[in-house]
Design a protein around this ligand. Structure first.
Ligand code: NAD
Length: 357
């Protein structure tokens, strides 16, 4: 049998299909740039890929798992463990050229419940991913590197305190190990930027929410968890909420977040940059908004649980300086998110009842 008809040949073609498509489209002048998205099986990575595709990019996606909620829009999806240096190298290696941009969103992460119970996993896994990815990307001459940090790098704040700007993160006193790992990895990225010719862009995300994100299982964040709890009860039902409901946060809709990531990556802004919606609400206000959107009267039972910092208030002056503004405020964002979570809850209930009968 001819080699090109063999299974080995088919596998090789399959493996390099993304690159072959890139070469063909490049010859037609089809793609602008090639990007790697790490953490592509996750919430923000999945949405970012759709944005990059709309912008005409060829996208390689990498994660340790497939996306749970939708097929990836990437040209190529590779399952790799970015804690391993050789897997980082494989992610960054491309036949006949170089990646133009790397978006590093892979992390061992979740909401407050996970952050407080998985300190060692976060400090070990996320640090390894960032140490190896940053090192390999710089060594292999990647021109532009994005790192997804978090406002968890900041200290606890009191209600009414003036907003903190990016420089106020040091002297540092993050509330949890997740914040310390982010602060360390920001500094890793900035050190490599000083030594190598790699341009680094760093965003400190506020809480991000929207459809196609984790909504159950222990890693979900507050907006998804509250949408799920409200979807699970009937009109007049009671849901449990951790803490006394007074902790204040801002929530940034995923559509605004991916616009911010993209604009920051194309900009000349150096150093960490806050990205977040300036609408600050208490946990109880978040619950009322979800209940209104769901059209249900909901009672809240406040219970003991990890709450995190009491208050947040950050300057967006830096990201505003390049023209980014949030467009989706909480009510509209929940209107975009709740129906999706509600549909997941109903689909799961249907699957469970079919398994029983
Ligand atoms: P997510 O958990 O949905 O996505 C992270 C992805 O990283 C997951 O798909 C996971 O499988 C992948 N990953 C973990 N370990 C890996 C490994 N060893 N190799 C390859 N992939 C691995 O999280 P997200 O909400 O999409 O967050 C993306 C980034 O943004 C993370 O760095 C996170 O810390 C940061 N961030 C998110 C928020 C938010 O509100 N979602 C807020 C602040 C910062």
């Amino acid at each position: 049998m001819d080699w090109y008809r063999s299974d080995a040949a088919k596998q090789a073609v399959n493996y390099h299909r993304g690159e072959i498509q890139y070469c063909l489209a490049s010859q037609r002048g089809g793609f602008l740039k090639r990007a790697l998205v790490c953490g592509a099986g996750g919430f923000i990575g999945g949405h970012l890929i759709k944005k990059l595709k709309r912008e005409g990019y060829w996208v390689r996606a990498v994660d340790i798992k497939e996306h749970e909620h939708c097929p990836s829009a990437a040209d190529e999806f590779r399952l790799l463990d970015l804690r391993r240096r050789q897997d980082c190298e494989a992610a960054l290696t491309i036949a006949g050229g170089k990646l133009n941009e790397v978006y590093q969103l892979a992390a061992d992460m979740g909401g407050m419940g996970f952050i407080h119970s998985a300190e060692c996993e976060i400090m070990h896994n996320s640090a390894l991913i960032n140490i190896h990815m940053t090192h390999k990307a710089a060594e292999m001459g990647i021109p532009r590197y994005f790192f997804s940090s978090s406002v968890c790098v900041y200290r606890n704040m009191n209600l009414g305190e003036p907003e903190l700007s990016e420089e106020d993160a040091v002297p540092a006193h993050p509330d949890n190990e997740y914040g310390w790992e982010k602060l360390y990895s920001e500094r890793v990225a900035m050190a490599y930027e000083r030594r190598f010719s790699m341009q680094v862009r760093i965003a400190r995300f506020q809480n991000c929410y929207g459809a196609e994100g984790t909504w159950r299982g222990g890693r979900e964040k507050a907006p998804a968890a509250i949408c799920r709890k409200v979807a699970e009860v009937g009109d007049g039902g009671t849901i449990e909420v951790w803490g006394d409901g007074s902790a204040v946060r801002s929530y940034t809709h995923i559509n605004d977040m991916v616009e911010g990531i993209f604009m920051l990556m194309q900009s000349d802004l150096h150093g960490p940059v806050n990205i977040g919606c300036p609408q600050y609400v208490s946990v109880d206000e978040l619950v009322s908004t979800v209940a209104e959107v769901a059209g249900k009267r909901i009672h809240v039972k406040h219970v003991e649980g990890p709450v995190g910092v009491h208050s947040r208030n950050f300057s967006n002056a830096k990201i505003y300086s390049i023209g980014w503004r949030p467009r989706v405020f909480l009510r509209e964002g929940i209107e975009l998110t709740y129906p999706w979570v509600d549909a997941q809850v109903k689909a799961l209930a249907n699957r469970s009842s079919m398994a029983v009968t």
